[in-house]
Design a protein around this ligand. Structure first.
Ligand SMILES: C[S@@+](CC[C@H](N)C(=O)[O-])C[C@H]1O[C@@H](n2cnc3c(N)ncnc32)[C@H](O)[C@@H]1O
Length: 406
């Protein structure tokens, strides 16, 4: 399989500069190009579903193509962000929003000299220098006074998304890895520089919000292991990228945004939220995993042997990692089972997922998904490699497809 290319056009890198897709970065966002290709093959009057919305890529691609799409996620920040990204805006209100922001700038220096609210992020000086932080928190106070906290008003939400982008652009976070890390040093920004970055980002975001989608997309707060019914809707095409079984935590990745927007208020909430996430493993989610017991469901035979092999490895966390992999595929199996009740006969499934390794033991997500789907009565099941994920290890991204014939 080593001849498969790394295909950066099939990752977030391609997404960065393309309209709404580039608003905020989330490392595991999948490729717009790939989703566009999948949306294009959907019949025009079909209803699309993404049960793992993330940054709402499927919603935006569907709405851009004139299709209708429902999306689910359990992360309140991503639900808020996805809905803003998929919203329709009126040009004159967008321009008014911009003017209201520019009127805040003359007060920024004075506000920065006041005592302002600062998010309870652990070791915050590692992210922003002691000179920049009061300017950012002063700007946050001004935005909050003018627009209220992030919430219902979609125009105000654009300002908050611009603020999220600003805090990342001015932080020491580096995004050149699969997950976020630190560049190794904070940068000092002056008031004028902060104003410049913020207005550049705001212009970009407001400008791309002007485009009116021919279709519609909405993100709902729902756990995809128990698929809810939204207005009795049933779906024809599921296009999604669930978490991968690689211990990556979306809450961990998103914590700077989530703290600054108050979607996260204290560390223990992060662990609670991550426990709800399939494959979540951050903070208290890890200790809960030690107590976890599987539901009474039969899972693919390959899963039991893989978990057994991982558990027997010579490492103090081997047993925990065996459990982790077991729970991940157990939860995905529950999702595939519950999904059946929401599909129209003939519905197509496209799941983009990566494989992983634990202590050198391969976890073949694609064959495990295929087998779960087979056991649950899906048909026409197969998978193909989409791209190679990493130059060193044998990590690939697959598209697992299937059909539900009722
Ligand atoms: C790989 S990301 C999706 C990325 C997305 N395709 C994009 O382009 O941004 C997986 C998403 O699944 C969500 N998720 C995890 N467990 C879930 C669950 N039980 N129900 C619904 N969503 C869940 C996570 O919060 C995360 O946003």
């Amino acid at each position: 399989m080593t001849e498969v290319a790394q295909r950066s056009d099939y990752t977030f890198k391609f997404n960065k500069n393309i309209g709404r897709h580039g608003w905020l970065r989330l490392t595991p966002a999948y490729s717009v190009k790939l989703v566009q290709e999948l949306v294009e093959e959907t019949p025009r009057n079909a209803m699309i579903l993404d049960p793992f919305s993330g940054t709402g890529t499927t919603g935006v691609c569907s709405a851009e193509s004139g299709m209708h799409c429902h999306l689910f996620d359990i992360n309140p920040f991503l639900i808020w962000f996805g809905n803003t990204k998929c919203a329709k805006f009126n040009e004159s209100d967008l321009n008014k929003t911009k003017s209201r922001v520019y009127k805040l700038f003359p007060s920024l220096q004075d506000q920065a000299n006041e005592e302002n609210w600062v998010p309870p992020i652990h070791n915050i000086e590692r992210w922003w220098c002691g000179h920049t932080l009061p300017i950012l928190s002063g700007l946050r106070t001004l935005i909050e006074k003018e627009f209220g906290e992030p919430g219902e008003c979609k125009y105000a939400n654009l300002v908050w998304i611009s603020f999220c982008r600003l805090i990342i652009e001015t932080s020491s976070a580096a995004f050149n890895h699969v997950s976020m890390s630190f560049k190794g040093g904070v940068t000092r920004f002056e008031v004028k520089q902060i104003e410049k970055i913020f207005s550049d980002v705001l212009e970009l975001i407001i400008d791309s919000a002007k485009y009116k989608f021919p279709g519609t997309a909405s993100v709902f707060n729902a756990d995809s292991r128990e698929m809810p019914s939204i207005d009795n809707c049933t779906y024809d095409h599921v296009i999604t990228s669930p978490p991968y079984p690689n211990r990556m935590s979306y809450i961990r990745e998103l914590r700077p945004y989530m703290y600054w927007t108050k979607f996260l208020n204290e560390a223990k909430e992060a662990g609670q939220l991550d426990w709800k996430a399939i494959g979540g493993t951050w903070g208290t989610a890890t200790s809960k995993l030690k107590e976890w017991c599987a539901d009474n469901v039969t899972l693919p035979e390959e899963l039991y042997t893989t978990c057994e092999r991982i558990s027997r490895c010579d490492n103090k966390n081997a047993d925990l990692m065996g459990r982790y992999v077991h729970k991940y595929f157990h939860d995905m199996h529950l999702h595939f089972a519950s999904l059946r009740g929401r599909l129209n006969a003939g519905a197509k499934l496209d799941y983009i997922v990566g494989n992983s390794t634990f202590y050198g033991i391969h976890v073949n997500s694609e064959t495990l998904f295929e087998e779960s789907l087979r056991m649950l009565g899906y048909q026409e099941i197969n998978s193909r490699v989409v791209r190679k994920r990493n130059s060193k290890k044998e990590l690939f991204e697959f598209c697992v497809t299937a059909r539900w014939n009722g």
